[in-house]
Design a binder for this molecule. Structure first.
Ligand SMILES: Cc1ncc(COP(=O)(O)O)c(C=O)c1O
Length: 444
């Protein structure tokens, strides 16, 4: 049998990322909870959740049984022309957890696709073409979503991206554009919102007619950036004043990761549309948007469709996952996770290259900087990520500058699993700080 790594090295697109962390990455043979085992039987604590997807944990039996039950019916796929009970059930679950005025759902398969659906929905509902998004925002790679995504390295090779997207600063206390110390969160928030308000108000600001503001309640790929409390409330007020729709991209935050079912609920804010995927999915591709009657009934039948939306196996997995998270009172475990990671963060906060450790729920970021400065150190972050992988702690890498190590465990992670994984990460970070393996000059 051919060696899978060799096949991928020779035939996988160079744009894929499977060799981005290790030249010889592990191949998973088994998974349970927050732990994965490779083919040699070596265990790894997973702080990536497969990019914030496996909220209900690896090997989840409820999901497995739901998929097997659906497979046993012989109905693997239905298409979009007849209704499906599994689609109805997943829609019911989304609506039951969403803020009460979000009552209608349109399903999709991936996060990026759901962002495209949201773009079409807000354009149709308002008759306006343009949107506002934020620095460090990540909304996916299809062309519309890419236009909202702030990262130049993802956009530059593919210009033109034909959605009019205006980007404004996200209130990122550690790297705010006002030169204020991060502790002055209230001022940072006030200035961020005032600048946006001016742009909306000033007839000479160059803004094209705006349909909606797209925002992540906590930035994920942007580096677990937690905005000061009041940011979403401020955006809601601006949307109401200027007649814009508010779209909360909950693809990363949703289904419990921030300690609430949806990130916008941390501030008691109801957007006009939420975009969901990842944590909803039960690990098979499911995504969607959930919005108000006004937005979701504006467009007539057939204006949006894709072949796999509402796939019964994927929907069965999603239903089982959501039911599992609710029945297990997963938000309680997320609070415990938050306490444990916050307490652990004290151990590494004083290391010379740790600029800040921040987060909420099961969504934490370690800002890696050049020692003694706030300058981002992405190469060091890469090195540390590789060493954590080698040491049995799978950490994510994110950030406006690619210099933030992310901790995103499955929401079911036990105290013991977290303690094991965090201890492994501590060894890598402390070793690096001691210069034991000269990471500052190694770069890989
Ligand atoms: C907030 C957010 N929106 C959209 C996406 C895109 O989702 P997908 O990779 O499924 O296209 C992501 C993926 O990381 C995300 O974090």
């Amino acid at each position: 049998m051919s060696d899978p790594l060799e096949v991928l090295r020779r035939h996988s697109s160079r744009a894929a990322r499977e060799f981005g962390v290790l030249e010889t990455p592990p191949l998973w043979a088994r998974g349970e909870g927050a732990t994965l085992w490779d083919e040699r039987g070596v265990d790894y604590i997973d702080f990536t959740s497969g990019s914030a997807v496996s909220n209900a944990g690896h090997g989840n039996q409820a999901i497995r049984q739901a998929i097997e039950a659906q497979l046993a019916t012989g109905v693997f796929h239905t298409g979009t022309l007849v209704p499906s009970p599994q689609k109805a059930r997943v829609i019911e679950r989304i609506v039951s957890l969403a803020p009460p005025s979000l009552t209608r759902v349109h399903l999709a398969s991936t996060g990026g696709e759901a962002v495209e659906v949201a773009l079409k929905a807000v354009r149709y509902a308002t008759g306006r073409q343009n949107v506002i998004a934020f620095w460090g925002g990540y909304h996916g790679r299809p062309m519309g979503a890419l236009a909202l995504t702030g990262f130049r390295s993802y956009r530059d090779p593919f210009y033109p991206v034909n959605i009019g997207a205006h980007h404004f600063a996200y209130p990122y206390p550690y790297r705010n554009p006002f030169g204020l110390p991060k502790e002055r969160e209230e001022d940072i928030l006030r200035l961020t919102l005032a600048y946006l308000e001016q742009a909306l108000d000033n007839p000479a600001s160059g803004l094209a007619p705006v349909a909606a503001i797209f925002v992540e309640p906590v930035q994920g790929v942007g580096g677990m950036v937690v905005p000061p409390a009041g940011f979403l409330r401020g955006l809601r007020a601006l949307c109401d004043r200027f007649g814009l729709l508010l779209v909360s991209d909950e693809i990363f935050c949703g289904f419990g990761r921030t300690g609430a079912w949806f990130g916008c609920q941390r501030e008691g804010v109801t957007p006009d549309v939420m975009i969901v995927s990842k944590g909803l999915s039960g690990t098979l591709p499911v995504a969607g948007i959930v919005g108000t009657e006004a937005v979701m009934t504006a467009w007539p039948g057939g204006t949006q469709s894709s072949t796999f939306e509402g796939n019964p196996i994927a929907c069965a997995a999603a239903v089982a996952s959501v039911d599992f998270l609710v029945q297990q009172d997963i938000l309680g475990n997320v609070r415990r996770t938050e306490d444990q990671i916050r307490a652990w963060s004290q151990q590494i906060a004083g290391l010379p290259f740790v600029g800040e450790v921040r987060g909420v729920g099961a969504m934490w970021g370690i800002e890696i900087v050049e020692p003694g400065t706030t300058r981002p150190a992405p190469e060091l972050a890469k090195t540390l990520q590789s060493r954590c992988f080698e040491g049995g702690a799978l950490v994510y890498r994110a950030g406006h500058y690619g210099n933030v190590l992310g901790l995103l465990p499955p929401l079911v992670a036990t105290e013991q699993e977290l303690a094991t994984g965090l201890a492994r990460a501590t060894v890598v970070l402390a070793d690096a700080a001691a210069g034991a393996r000269h990471p500052l000059s190694a770069g890989g």
